[in-house]
Write a protein that binds this ligand. Structure first.
Ligand SMILES: [Fe+2]
Ligand SMILES: [Fe+2]
Length: 406
């Protein structure tokens, strides 16, 4: 039952013997205390003292109701309880409180005979205890100490929560900013690559598809996530060196002579020169791809005629992807291959393109995901397709001719 306080001999006695040295505080209306004691004598006395001191409180003569009240109220700051009550023991009461509120200070009121148990209770999470009969000052002091502790705990908890929320919010913002930055950089690279490709009849879609092919192969090869993400963007710049090839060679309407082919091959070196020396991993990989995307596993490629694993893996991956897309694409001098035809040429050879041009592991990875290549090829890419208009110009792009002369 909820107690309304009434004056009691316990208080009279304590006041007579030990009148409070400090004037009862009257500014505690914001502090709410829950009192539980089956001894109505103690309950009334404590109630009087708390009222006198200006505290707001609820007093119960049993632990069950007190516990229900505590569970239903979020504004209680301190629990003041008897150690032995008929329905629930002090320790049980404490455990039940701790189950839903690990922080609220619990002060035990106990008799001297129970001192050892009380000390044990403190070890188990009781904030403090008051020995009955206690003096009003002892009560005030213990409550003040508990309230201060609880407020500090709540302050720290709120501060930690606020800090955690702030960190989480900032982390999200940073991740979003990084993602925006990554997407913008990627698009910028594709658009810049497209600018150099514009002299060619290949389209932005080729660049976009190449990124997806290289990503698939890298994934199947089990290369690290960072590599797989990077090659998708870095492969876009594989032919950036064509910017340094004179128009009369790049756009020549006819077969290139030996010297002109030699000049054309230099797009790999020019591309590497444009991109080398960067401190960014993507640009470093782009430089490597620009230099190595025409190397062949059997050493018959250019510019350096590297063989086997001397060719960086990003170059080995890009070359087969570039070849696949070139085979599937229509050119002024050739019809497009079907997926099956391109697959046969890459895996069995046609005299010009041979399987030994490719790293066997990369070729196997291609075989594994070949149907994905077909899907990627047929996917609409958000890039302008200049091929139709430019094909009408009927000039023969000699770099493309050189790739496909194989
Ligand atoms: Fe190239
Ligand atoms: Fe290409």
């Amino acid at each position: 039952m909820l107690y309304t306080q009434k004056f009691d001999s316990f208080v009279k006695i304590t006041h007579l013997n030990h009148p409070p040295t400090a004037a009862p505080e009257t500014l505690h209306t914001k502090t709410k205390i829950l009192v539980a004691d089956d001894d109505t004598f103690v309950l009334d006395s404590v109630s009087i003292l708390l009222k006198k001191s200006g505290y707001t409180f609820d007093a119960y003569d049993n632990a069950t109701e007190a516990l229900a009240k505590l569970q239903a109220s979020a504004d209680i700051d301190v629990v003041l309880t008897d150690f032995q009550m008929p329905d629930v023991s002090g320790i049980e009461f404490l455990e039940k409180i701790r189950a839903f509120n690990p922080e609220i200070p619990v002060i035990i009121m106990t008799a001297y005979a129970e001192l050892n148990i009380a000390i044990n209770a403190i070890k188990r999470g009781v904030f403090d205890f008051l020995l009955k009969p206690f003096q009003p000052d002892q009560l005030y002091h213990t409550i003040k100490k508990a309230v201060k502790y609880y407020k500090l705990t709540q302050l720290e908890k709120n501060y930690t929560t606020t800090l955690e929320n702030m960190v989480s919010e900032k982390t999200k913002e940073l991740a979003n900013a990084l993602e925006i930055n990554r997407k913008m950089s990627s698009e910028l690279i594709q658009r810049l690559s497209l600018a150099t490709e514009y002299r060619d009849f290949k389209t932005g879609a080729h660049i976009s598809k190449l990124g997806l092919y290289t990503e698939r192969i890298s994934h199947v090869l089990g290369l690290p996530g960072k590599f797989t993400k990077t090659i998708q963007c870095a492969s876009a710049m594989h032919d950036i060196g064509k910017i340094g090839i004179p128009d009369e060679i790049l756009l020549k309407n006819g077969l290139l002579c030996h010297e002109e082919f030699e000049t054309m091959k230099k797009h790999t070196l020019i591309g590497e020169k444009i991109l080398s020396g960067s401190s960014y991993f993507t640009i470093q990989m782009s430089a490597s791809i620009a230099l190595n995307h025409h190397e062949r596993w059997n050493g018959t490629g250019y510019p350096r005629g590297l063989k086997g694993e001397d060719i960086p893996i990003e170059g080995r991956i890009t070359t087969i992807c570039d070849q696949y897309d070139a085979l599937r694409s229509e050119r002024p001098y050739k019809s497009p291959c079907t997926h099956r035809e391109a697959f046969e040429i890459l895996t069995k050879g046609d005299g010009k393109t041979m399987p030994e041009h490719f790293d066997p592991k990369v070729l196997n990875a291609f075989i594994e995901v070949a149907s994905d290549f077909n899907d990627i090829f047929h996917t609409k890419h958000p890039w302008p397709d200049q091929s139709q208009g430019r094909k009408k110009a009927l000039f023969l792009n000699n770099h493309e001719q050189y790739i496909n002369s194989r």
